[in-house]
Design a protein around this ligand. Structure first.
Ligand SMILES: *Cc1c(COP(=O)(O)O)cnc(C)c1O
Length: 598
């Protein structure tokens, strides 16, 4: 039975049992039971389920990995972690994360002023804050204010000018000076799709000449005591461990050199983020084991410290994707299968039909499992010829409709006849016989990385898993944009079930969507975020909390700065009261589709 690669990307967070996907926790509720409960409260359209217990699991895992490595190597430095806010700043994700991380002193990383405000407000006092990205004087001033509030904050400078601003502010204000970190521009490039974050021509960091210059400036201004951290980030979703090892060596030596130059308070190396998440349903992408990764970090830094005779540095990490990705699942209702319109009852066969139609009809009636493949190919050829005849004016619209219906019937029958065989036979014909599934969601809003960088996400039906899926599927969203499609890929085929949506519901789940997607999502066609729910496990019972309904149309329009009173006035003036009342109700709905059950 097809398990959609759940053993590759699923982390044991979800299991397939009795034909449905279940959450592998407590009494193992099925996703469909959660979906039904939420929908019974009249929330329709796509749903985003967040699972804080999975965030907790990842935080626990991260700290355990490094604890193990530290113990094993008798390492003297400490392990510290911060969550990079850019990965997911939404309150329903972030506030639980902060609470779950308290016992570890898990901190936050900010890359903009707005994110810094969040960190200053919600970060636990005493848990670290790191600040990356380009900064102006105001942003650096905010860091001084955060320090004044009692935060353990480190400003990581991206350039000499930022250090100049710190020095100026230190003189101008009476506020306490935050710790200073230096982002180093490494010679060693990262790996993975985002490798541009590292490397000699990277957008970020100081070259070795600039590092020396920065240190001299700190000395000259008596600020050496504030220099505590060396930082690098070689990119997201690292595929292999080698670039990290190279970066560790390079930055480890920079750390040791600076210490030996007199940076007495320098005590930490921040290795950035980049731990990979498995998104593929077909093969693992990360060529390392997580424990091996942590061991390598500790072992490499220990050796450099020993070689250069300096203290073993404390370690900071900023992995975000690893913490957040698996914590949410997007559930999309299937609205339509496009071949559904080609049912036999719609045939309008005449007394005298064109010869090719007669032949199609015979193929349909005569085919058996031995001839299925051949007849199917013949039917596709016939359809192509018939469409040409239509363009030339030789057959009419009814003939054309009959041709389309018969060909579809033949294809479906062929798949049904071939079902006894394995997928390989089907794979040979997949390209021609895809079924198109229309899903009630927007790819631009909910899976922006698929649109932007062709990032794949695990997808599978959440029910029907005790039946063999027989339709090679391409997925369409409801935006009016041809990019809102996930095409069938014969190399990594997606098979779904042949369902009758008049009789049964069918939902697809997209997994590992918790990192980056929420905030990168865009309102193309004015589709807003789906309805979100936090799924909480408490004493073995499961609860749906913090339901945040998808935005109402009127609010979406207000968000893009329309005067909604004007909109209402204009519409009201042109309609009678009763019609306007109905219209007003529609304005207060969300923008996803509402068919009988979706
Ligand atoms: C984006 C970013 C991270 C997080 O990267 P992940 O791949 O999500 O772990 C960490 N640190 C910095 C400086 C970043 O820019």
């Amino acid at each position: 039975m097809n398990n959609y690669g759940i053993d590759i990307w699923g982390n044991d967070n979800f299991i397939i049992e009795n034909g449905v996907v279940k959450v592998n926790k407590a009494n193992k509720p099925s996703l469909i039971s959660l979906v039904k409960e939420i929908r019974s409260q009249d929330y329709k359209g796509p749903l985003l389920l967040r699972f804080p217990h999975l965030t907790q699991g990842q935080i626990d895992k991260l700290y355990t990995l490094y604890d193990n490595a530290i113990t094993e190597n008798n390492y003297q430095g400490s392990f510290n972690a911060v969550f990079p806010l850019k990965v997911n700043q939404l309150p329903n994700f972030l506030i639980p994360l902060i609470n779950l991380g308290k016992k570890y002193n898990y901190g936050l990383e900010a890359g903009s002023k707005a994110e810094l405000f969040l960190a200053m407000t919600y970060n636990k006092i005493g848990a670290p804050i790191t600040v990356n990205g380009f900064k102006d004087k105001e942003m650096i001033h905010l860091c001084f204010i955060a320090k004044q509030m009692g935060h353990d904050i480190t400003v990581i400078i991206e350039g000499i000018n930022e250090l100049e601003t710190i020095i100026a502010l230190e003189k101008e204000t009476s506020l306490p000076t935050p710790n200073i970190g230096i982002r180093v521009r490494l010679f060693n490039q990262g790996s993975g799709a985002w490798a541009k974050s590292g490397g000699i021509d990277s957008k970020f960091g100081l070259s070795s000449t600039e590092i020396l210059e920065a240190f001299e400036m700190l000395e000259k201004n008596n600020l050496c005591e504030y220099l505590t951290m060396i930082h690098f980030h070689i990119g997201s979703a690292m595929k292999s461990i080698k670039p990290l090892k190279n970066a560790l060596k390079e930055s480890g030596h920079i750390y040791a050199e600076l210490k030996n130059l007199g940076a007495t308070h320098l005590n930490a190396i921040n290795i950035g983020g980049g731990l990979a998440v498995e998104y593929s349903q077909f093969q693992r992408t990360a060529q390392y084991h997580l424990q091996e990764f942590a061991n390598d970090v500790i072992f490499t830094l220990k050796n450099i410290a020993k070689q250069k005779g300096v203290d073993e540095p404390n370690i900071f990490t900023e992995s975000g994707r690893f913490i957040a990705a698996n914590s949410s699942v997007l559930i999309t209702p299937v609205l339509e299968l496009f071949s559904a319109e080609y049912e036999a009852e719609h045939l309008r066969l005449k007394e005298h039909n064109p010869p090719l139609i007669v032949e199609l009809n015979e193929l349909y009636n005569d085919m058996n499992s031995r001839t299925a493949l051949e007849y199917m190919h013949d039917s596709i050829d016939h359809l192509e010829s018939l469409l040409k005849l239509f363009d030339l004016g030789y057959i009419d619209l009814e003939d054309r409709s009959n041709a389309e219906i018969l060909t579809n019937l033949i294809i479906k029958k062929a798949i049904w006849l071939l079902e006894v065989d394995d997928y390989e036979e089907l794979q040979k014909i997949d390209n021609k016989i895809q079924e198109k599934y229309l899903l009630n969601f927007s790819i631009f809003q909910s899976l922006p990385d698929f649109w932007g960088i062709k990032q794949e996400f695990p997808v599978m039906p959440i029910t029907h898993l005790d039946k063999k899926p027989t339709r090679s599927a391409s997925l369409w969203d409801i935006t009016c944009d041809s990019d809102g499609e996930m095409e069938f890929d014969p190399k990594e085929p997606l098979y779904l079930h042949d369902v009758n949506l008049k009789k049964e519901e069918y939902y697809l789940g997209f997994f590992n969507v918790g990192a980056y997607q929420d905030i990168l999502g865009m309102r193309h066609n004015l589709f807003s975020h789906p309805t979100e729910i936090n799924i909480i496990f408490e004493n073995d019972t499961v609860k749906c909390e913090k339901i945040l309904e998808s935005q109402k149309i009127i609010d979406i329009l207000e968000d893009i700065d329309y005067d909604t009173n004007e909109i209402k006035d204009i519409l009201k003036n042109k309609l009678d009261d009763n019609t306007y009342k109905i219209l007003n109700r529609y304005l207060h709905d969300n923008s996803y589709l509402k068919t009988t059950w979706s």
